[in-house]
Design a protein around this ligand. Structure first.
Ligand code: BJ8
Length: 391
């Protein structure tokens, strides 16, 4: 295999990425077989829905977040145009699959129920339309995670969710099984820490595009499949020859980049930036905190999941300090702050993130974009100038 060149960086291709490619078809087959035997498949949209509870109830899960443009026109027949593309893309895929039998997102047809979550306003209102297409359960969240009542409330919501899954599957969630699932998820989180730690090297032995494409599969593959892939990836990256070039070290912080959406990462690397960490739900937010295995499992889950620093929470101090910590830990020269169009939470929170980074002399470039191609050139010009400034 010949070397790949990203920006100024030349790398030999990673063989373990083939594992993730091949795993997709295996996983689809596995889900169909499970479903034929009566296993319920849950479709999710957000990190706040704990996998551990779904698996402990004997169900399986796949992510339904849309990162592609092709289902957006369908969504815009019902939804306003000026909302976040992730919401439109996800909704359009469901309508397409349920009304037209279209396979624009083949995952939808694998799903028995949707488990949504009360996060941003756009998502919450879109979820109210979903029962017209698929059975939908909405997990509620406290919006002030630091308040003393938040844990109690979220704990009761998680238990209610557990009961819903028990009724759905006909299984009882045993405490021992829940503990096993927690320890399995923690093992994955530890492996991801191992992988991301390798990116602290200068130059890092793995590119942001490679990592993003792997992270986008995290909530689709089975936990065993994903973990095996990350293990292989860590082993290979640890022995990979160092790249023959480098550029400014960049953190991408902000909205998730769902499968199909790699626009900003691709532009940063094409322009010569070296992405060393992503502070997002397709990056550190998905695995940074572990669940405390020494605590009663439901409480431990409630505590851990409320620590996800999503901009839907207020105040979101944890995210501000996390971004600063990551900037130091990964020796970041600049932050590309990524907001999906019309995502007000991440867009407004940028001001606080920028202020905190300024104190550490870390510059920030704000980019707001949708899934279309029309702004690629203009974003490229801005990123080019930013990279030159932080070099
Ligand atoms: S934990 S980031 S996955 S809610 S849909 S908030 S981009 S306007 S996806 Fe999210 Fe869970 Fe939070 Fe992560 Fe903005 Fe769009 Fe809303 Fe979005």
């Amino acid at each position: 295999m010949s070397d790949i060149i990203i920006g100024n960086v030349m790398q030999s291709p990673l063989k373990s990425l083939d594992y993730f490619q091949k795993s997709y078809d295996i996983r689809v087959r596995q889900l169909k077989e499970e479903q034929a035997k009566g296993t319920k498949i849950v479709g999710t949209f957000c990190l706040f829905v704990p996998d551990e509870i779904i698996f402990a109830a004997g169900a399986d899960r796949i992510v339904l977040c849309g990162g592609k443009t092709d289902t957006i026109a369908r969504a815009e027949q019902s939804l306003p145009r000026n909302i976040c593309p992730l919401i439109k893309s996800s909704f359009g895929a469901i309508v397409d699959a349920c009304c037209n039998g279209s396979l624009s997102c083949p995952h939808v047809q694998l799903v028995d129920v949707i488990v949504a979550e009360a996060t941003c306003d756009g998502k919450k209102k879109m979820y109210e339309l979903l029962p017209g297409y698929l059975p939908t359960y909405v997990l509620d969240l406290p919006q002030k995670p630091g308040s003393p009542e938040a844990i109690t409330y979220f704990l009761s919501e998680l238990r209610k969710f557990g009961k819903y899954l028990e009724d759905l599957t006909g299984n009882t969630i045993r405490e021992e099984e829940l503990k096993e699932q927690i320890s399995s998820s923690n093992e994955t989180r530890r492996l991801l820490h191992r992988l991301f730690d390798l990116r602290r090297q200068n130059p890092p032995p793995v590119t942001g595009s490679e990592i993003l494409r792997v992270m986008q599969k995290q909530s689709f593959l089975s936990p065993d499949q994903f973990r095996e892939g990350i293990r292989q990836l860590c082993d290979e990256v640890e022995h990979r020859s160092p790249p023959s070039g480098s550029g400014p070290r960049i953190m991408i912080s902000g909205c998730p980049m769902s499968a199909g959406n790699t626009k900003i990462s691709d532009i940063v690397e094409q322009k010569g930036g070296v992405i060393v960490v992503e502070e997002s739900c397709t990056g550190t937010r998905s695995f940074w905190e572990l669940v405390d295995e020494n605590k009663e499992p439901w409480t431990a889950l409630a505590e851990r999941y409320l620590k996800i620093p999503c901009a839907c929470m207020t105040p979101n101090d944890l995210r501000i300090s996390r971004v600063v910590d990551l900037a130091k830990r990964f020796h970041v020269d600049g932050v590309v702050y990524y907001t999906l169009s019309f995502c007000h939470g991440y867009n407004i929170e940028r001001l606080l993130v920028q202020k905190a980074l300024k104190k550490e002399n870390v510059p920030l470039l704000a980019i707001e974009s949708d899934y279309g191609d029309s702004d690629i050139e203009q974003i490229g010009v801005r990123i080019d100038a930013f990279l030159e400034m932080v070099s």
